[in-house]
Design a protein around this ligand. Structure first.
Ligand SMILES: [Zn+2]
Length: 66
């Protein structure tokens, strides 16, 4: 919960920063520009938004949005 608050605060400060959507699962390896992407539709966990630079560090762009 503390972590969640931290990134919320970070994205509030950097309000012009691009955020992307990810499935909040340790097995998810993709990030998405659209929250309604078909790649996220089979996410069994929460869908969260994170800054693009954080997403690219650990994930690759979804195959549907290339
Ligand atoms: Zn996608």
């Amino acid at each position: 919960m503390k972590l969640l608050y931290a990134w919320l605060l970070t994205s509030y400060i950097n309000c012009n920063q691009i955020t992307v959507y990810v499935c909040d699962s340790k097995y998810a390896t993709r990030y998405h520009y659209k929250s309604d992407c078909r790649g996220l539709s089979n996410c069994k966990h929460r869908i969260i938004s994170i800054p693009l630079d954080k997403a690219t560090a650990t994930r690759t762009l979804c195959m549907w949005e290339r």
